[in-house]
Design a protein around this ligand. Structure first.
Ligand code: JCQ
Length: 232
C-alpha cells in the first residue's frame, strides 16, 4: 500500500520508520511511504503555511490552500484515497480502524500543527478525523507514525511466519496474557508452574483466564457489555 504524509516537520520521520518491521515492509515493497513537506505546496514567495485565527485568539491556524493543493496532487484521480486528519477532536483510533486502513490501497495523512487546521480541511478535504488519545501534542507527526506502524504490521507478509497478527491483544477483544522466557527463576521470581508443565490444554486455559483477569482490572470497558470499543 501507499502512504503519503503531509507535515511541516519531515525531519521527525527520519528514524522511527527506518527500522524493524516497518523498514522491512518498505524494503519488501509492501509499504510505499512518502513524506512530504507541506511548505513545498505553497505558492506565495514566503511559503506561508499558517495565519492568525479569524475572530481572534491565541496561536496560528494552518491555511487551507497548501493542504488542498497537496492532497489534490497526491490522491488517486479515480477516488479511493482515505485522507486522515489527526487531531484531539477526532474519533479514537482503534485496532479495528487499523485493520480497515490496512485493507486500503492509498492513505494520505495530514499532520496538523499549532492551534489546529482551518475547519474547511476537516469538512471538505479529510475523509477521516482521527485521535490517538485524550491529550494534546505539538503536532500530528507522532500520531501519523503510530498509525503507519499499526497499519504496516497488518499488511500481508509484514510479520515473519513466527508471529501472527491474529494472536495480538484486541484480536480477541482482551488484553494479552503474561509472557515469560528463561530463566525459570529470576531473582527469586518464579515462572508460573503451569507454563513449564507441557500440558497445552492447561496452558491455554491459564492464559485465557489471565487475559480475562488483566482486562477486568486494567480495562473493564473492554469486557462484556461494552462491546462497542474496538468493534470486538
Ligand atoms: C491527536 N491526540 C492528540 C495538535 C491541533 C489538527 O489540529 C491539531 C492537531 C494536533 C496534533 O494531534 C494531536 C492529537 N490525537 O495533538 C493540535
Amino acid at each position: 500500500m501507499r502512504i503519503d504524509v503531509l507535515t511541516l516537520f519531515p525531519a521527525m520521520f527520519v528514524g522511527p520508520l527506518d527500522v524493524s518491521i516497518v523498514q522491512r515492509a518498505r524494503t519488501l515493497g509492501l509499504l510505499d511511504l512518502r513524506i512530504h513537506n507541506l511548505r513545498d505546496y505553497t505558492r506565495d514567495r514566503h511559503k506561508t503555511v499558517d495565519d492568525r485565527p479569524f475572530g481572534g485568539g491565541p496561536g496560528m491556524v494552518l491555511k487551507p490552500e497548501p493542504l488542498f493543493e497537496a492532497v489534490e496532487a497526491l490522491r488517486e484521480p479515480s477516488g479511493g484515497t482515505r485522507v486522515v486528519l489527526f487531531s484531539p477532536a477526532g474519533r479514537p483510533f482503534t485496532q479495528a480502524m487499523a485493520r480497515e486502513y490496512a485493507a486500503e490501497k492509498h492513505l494520505v495523512l495530514i499532520c496538523g500543527s499549532y492551534e489546529g487546521v482551518d475547519e474547511r480541511v476537516r469538512g471538505a478535504l479529510a475523509t477521516d478525523d482521527v485521535s490517538l488519545g485524550d491529550f494534546v501534542l505539538t503536532n500530528g507527526g507522532l500520531p501519523a507514525m503510530v498509525m503507519v506502524d499499526a497499519v504496516t504490521r497488518l499488511l500481508p507478509g509484514a510479520l515473519g511466519d513466527e508471529t501472527s497478527a491474529q494472536d495480538e491483544s484486541f484480536a480477541h477483544g482482551l488484553l494479552e496474557y503474561p509472557h515469560y522466557t528463561r530463566p525459570a527463576e529470576f531473582r527469586g521470581m518464579k515462572v508460573p508452574e503451569v507454563l513449564l508443565s507441557g500440558n497445552h490444554a492447561e496452558i491455554a486455559k491459564w492464559r485465557s483466564e489471565q487475559a480475562r483477569q488483566r482486562t477486568a482490572k486494567q480495562r473493564p470497558d473492554l469486557l462484556e457489555g461494552s462491546k462497542t470499543v474496538n468493534g470486538a
